[in-house]
Each structure stands twice: as C-alpha cells, then as structure tokens.
Design a protein. Structure first.
Lengths: 409, 165
C-alpha cells in the first residue's frame, strides 16, 4: 500500500490530514514521573502545538501485589495492606475492610462503634478532600492555597495519632471495633477542631471559590458528561460533579449512616471547577455528620463481643486462661472463619471502595479483590483531555484525585 | 426490591439462560454460560424492570480442583433504580479461558478486563486492547493463579501445615 504523506495515523486509530495541523506533531511524556512525587503516572501525549490529540497511559509503577499478598495473610493482618491503597484517607480503607470481615462473620456491632467509625471516616474524608482541592490550587499556580489547609490536616492527623499512634498509614481500629475508646485528649482535640475548623476552612475556601483567575482556569477544563461518567464506572465526587447523586452512604447505608442528616452535593458540568466545588461542599457536610455523631455519641462498649477476633486486654492475657487462648489464636491466625463470599463497599475519598472477599474457611482469604475507584475512572482520562491544552491536562489530573497507591494496588 | 423479587424477575427475563443461582449473605448470585455473557449482561442492562445500569467490578477466581471449571469470571452489577446488586458468574476451563468482552456495553470494562487478563490469563474476545496493565509486558505467566505460591518455596519456616491450611 502506498504511504500517503498527507495523512497522520494516531495511536488511537484516528487519522488526521496534515492540512488540519498547525505545525508538526510531537510526542511528549507527561508526568509526574519523579519517584519523590506522590505517585508515578506516565502519559504519552501526542500534541499538535499545545493541543492534545491523543494520550496513552501507563500504570502499574508501584504495583505491590496486594491481592496476592492477602491470600497468605490472616484477616487482621490485611488491614495494613488497605492503608496503602488510598493513603490520603487510609482510615476509610481500614474500617471498610473491618466491616467486610464483620459482615462475613455476622458480628453484631455496638452503636457506639458505628458512631466512632463515622467520626473517624468523615475526618478522613475531610483530610482527603483538603489535599485534593489544595493541589488543584497548586496546579493552577496558587501555592498559598496548598499551605493553608495543611495546618488543619495536621489537626486531623493528630486525632488519628491519638487513636492509633500512626498518622499516614493508620491501621486504625480492629475487626469488631476499636482498640481503645476515645481518650480524653481525643475528646479535647476533636472539640477544638470542630470549633476552629469551619472558620479556617471558609478562610481558605475564600481564596479559591470565587477567585476570578481560579475560575477561569478550572471552568470547562476536563469536563465529562453524566452518561460518559456512568459508562466509565465513575463513582464518588467525580461522578457527583457530573450531576449524578450516587453515594454509597445513602444507597446502601453502612455503619448507621442512615441516622444522620446530610446532603449530597452535585455539580452540573462535570468539569474541574465542579469537582472542586463538590468536594468543598462535602467537607462542610462531613463536618455536619461529625458534629451530629459526636453530639449523639451513644454510651456502650467500644468493640463488639467477638473474642475470637478482638484481642483481649493485655492484663487478661496474663491472668486468664481463656483470654490467653484467644490471644494466641488471633495472633497465629487460627480463628474459625465461615465459608462464603461477601461484597461490601464504602464511600471512600474518591469513590466506591469495594471489597470482594471469598473465604474457604482457611486462615487467610481464598480470594480478596479490591474495587479501587480511581483505577476504574482513570481510564476515562484520555477522553477527558482530548482536544484540551496541556495546562488543562495538569489540572484535570489533579482534580480527579487519582492516588497512585490505589491505582496500582 | 428484595433478592427473592429480583430472582423472580431475572428468571422471567432470562429463563433457561440461568444455570444456577444462590444467595450469599445479602447478594444474589447467578451462574450463566460463558458464551452468553454479552447478550445476558446487555439484557440485564436494557431491561426496564431490572436496569442494571452500573458495572461495579469484574474479577476472576481460580479453583484448580474444579475440573473444566477452573476459572470463574465474576461480574458485579448494580441497579441504581432498584438499589440492588447482582453477581453474575461464568465458569471457564483453564485450557481455553475465553469469554466475550463487555467493552461494547460498558466502557469501564476495558481496564477491569485487562487486569483480569493480566492476573488470570482470561482472554476477552473482541477487546480493543487486551494487554497487561499492572505487570510488566515481558512477564510470561499470570500471577494470581493458585499454582504460583506467594513465598519462596525454599523457605521451610513457613509451612502451611502449621497454619491450618
């Protein structure tokens, strides 16, 4: 076949006539690809000047075989794996996993645990959205908006630290509840946070929300229509920004979310600005949920009565034969687990985070699959940036909240 | 809609296409023949009463003992109209793990199928770009299959017999 010099064949099968192109077509590697950045993404962009024609993604740079690892670990040792999925909101991943196991073993969870979990999960959602939205600020050129919320996120991390001793990869809670009740310091810090956060948040929000430059940069950047978003399996704030009010907390309430009054914000255009606005409103709603949960925190135990799964107190292990046996069985992964399969999902920081667990009764799951929301919606990225400028591709990437740990599992 | 009501509607729509069904915890699971997957999932999506409009997840499970049904491909569907989930399973033989791709019904199936191919070797026919996604291209095996043990086989201190498996 004779080569037609007048035609340009692109990697997605599209053919362009040379006359329609301004100059030459260039191929660039679009990052961030430095190991010190929080995640490595490679996008091979074909550009005509600054206009993006096609893009091809490479994922998997930090693949750590979580699903294979999980097939060799006892149930309580899988929690630290879930930390490393979406590490901007690890408590949601941890607690979602605990709830999956509790569903499998049909544990009866006290109301207080549900409410404590909701407080922790909504704090994690706030931290997640603060990071994502402040990074949109950075990528539009406003570094101040990145530094402001970090002092607030620090307070959330101190709350995690008070509960579990860790900040980023939290491994918070246990199957059945929490390792300890809210401590006096936690109460004091949470009250302080609830008092000071709204003002600090609105101050930061005022920097961006109606900022002319920010709006001009983010509106109409990387839009996706509702039907396309649905076809691509979008969930979470990205889907809601396109105008679909799907939220796991409302459609399949878990951990007593049905007790609380909150709204699901939705956008219209599905562009970067809408995604930003949806997350900002979700922060306010999360704060409302925390206030409701904290003010109505029921009395009761901080863990379920499941001695086969919940570690006994240390003093009992030394003084009580039964506690010692349970302690040994839990630590060695010798606990009896029912045979069966369950799917449980929670509303994670960036969408529906699901756990598909198949148990054959052994010490480790027979199969565990994570539904990682950003892995599923990141495939729409080439479509979202096709025809846009490179600078729009940057803010689109930061606004869809793709977290490399979750993307690559 | 409860699972029993769902099963009735699904049975009336699909009839003999359902090879088996069971309820596990809160979810209804149906088994179908692999050759019908594209037609059945499209029907489940298009049917007014069911409208399984959302593909939550595609995955696979390896059962090496189950002769000629070694690989199970699992489709998690979600009907937002009825707020109910359905799990559809199709069993394949490891000799010829081939099944129709769902990319024409759900665009999101693309990467989920690539991941399943990458880790289990399930070949999705008519997939636009069935290549590895998380593992490197040079890899010559599918790591989630059960014959590949996770840990170094030369280690003796972690014998499965001591851990109840």
């Amino acid at each position: 076949m004779q080569q037609n010099d007048n035609l340009i064949h692109l990697s997605n099968g599209q053919v362009l006539s040379r006359e329609t192109i301004d100059g030459d077509i260039a191929t660039i590697n679009f990052g961030p690809t430095h190991p010190a950045t929080h995640g490595i993404f490679q996008n091979i962009l074909t550009v005509d000047g600054e206009k993006i024609l096609t893009s091809e993604q490479t994922v998997g740079y930090i693949h750590r075989a979580f699903e294979k690892l999980a097939e060799r670990r006892p149930y309580n040792q899988i929690t630290p794996i879930t930390d490393r999925l979406n590490y901007c909101s690890s408590p949601i991943n941890n607690l979602g996993w605990h709830m999956t196991v509790e569903k499998l073993i049909k544990a009866d969870i006290p109301k207080r645990v549900d409410y404590m979990r909701i407080i922790i999960m909504e704090l994690a959602r706030i931290a997640d959205h603060l990071i994502c939205n402040s990074i949109i600020g950075v990528d539009t050129g406003a570094l101040t908006s990145f530094f402001y919320p970090f002092s607030e996120r620090e307070k959330i991390y101190e709350l995690y630290e008070e509960m579990c001793g860790a900040r980023l990869t939290t491994n918070i809670g246990r199957i059945g509840g929490f390792e300890k009740d809210f401590t006096p310091v936690f109460h004091q810090k949470l009250k302080e946070f609830l008092k000071t956060f709204p003002k600090a948040f609105e101050e930061w929000n005022g920097m961006l929300e109606r900022n002319r430059i920010f709006m001009d940069r983010t509106r109409h950047a990387g839009p996706i229509a509702a039907d396309r978003a649905l076809a691509y399996g979008f969930t979470g704030p990205n889907l809601r920004a396109a105008g679909v009010d799907y939220d796991v907390r409302v459609m399949h309430p878990y951990s007593s979310y049905e007790d609380f009054d909150f709204i699901i914000p939705v956008g219209v255009q599905g562009d970067t600005y809408d995604r930003f606005m949806v997350r900002q409103e979700e922060i306010r709603q999360s704060l409302r949920i925390i206030e409701q949960a904290y003010n109505n925190l029921p009395e009761g135990p901080f863990h379920a009565d499941i001695p086969e799964f919940f570690l006994p107190e240390k003093k009992d292990v030394y003084n009580n034969m039964e506690a010692l046996i349970y302690h040994f069985k839990i630590v060695m992964g010798e606990t009896e687990v029912p045979v069966g399969e369950v799917y449980h999902s929670v509303e994670g920081g960036n969408g529906e985070l699901g756990y598909y667990l198949i148990s054959d009764g052994g010490r480790a799951p027979y199969r565990l699959q994570f539904r990682r929301p950003c892995f599923i919606y990141y495939q729409a990225y080439p479509e979202m940036i096709s025809g846009a400028n490179i600078s729009d591709a940057v803010i689109t990437l930061s606004s869809i909240n793709v977290i490399a740990g979750e993307l690559d599992a | 809609m409860t699972n029993n009501e769902l099963l009735e509607v699904v049975q009336s729509v699909l009839g003999s296409d359902i090879l088996g069904h069971e309820e596990q915890y809160d979810a209804l699971i149906i088994e179908i023949a692999p050759k019908d997957v594209l037609r059945i999932v499209s029907t489940l999506k298009e049917n007014e009463a069911l409208s399984f409009n959302f593909l939550t997840l595609i995955g696979a499970v390896h059962y090496p003992e189950d002769l000629n049904r070694e690989l199970c491909v699992v489709y998690h569907l979600h009907s937002w109209k009825n707020a109910i989930r359905l799990r559809v399973k199709a069993f394949l033989s490891i000799e010829n793990p081939s099944i129709e791709s769902l990319c024409s019904v759900f665009d999101g199936a693309n990467w989920m199928e690539r991941e399943t191919y990458d880790f289990f070797g399930v070949r999705f026919e008519n997939h636009p770009n069935l290549t590895r996604i998380l593992n490197m291209d040079e890899m010559d095996y599918h790591p989630m299959l059960k014959q590949y043990a996770l840990e170094d086989g030369t280690r003796e201190d972690k014998d499965d017999r001591f851990f109840g498996r």
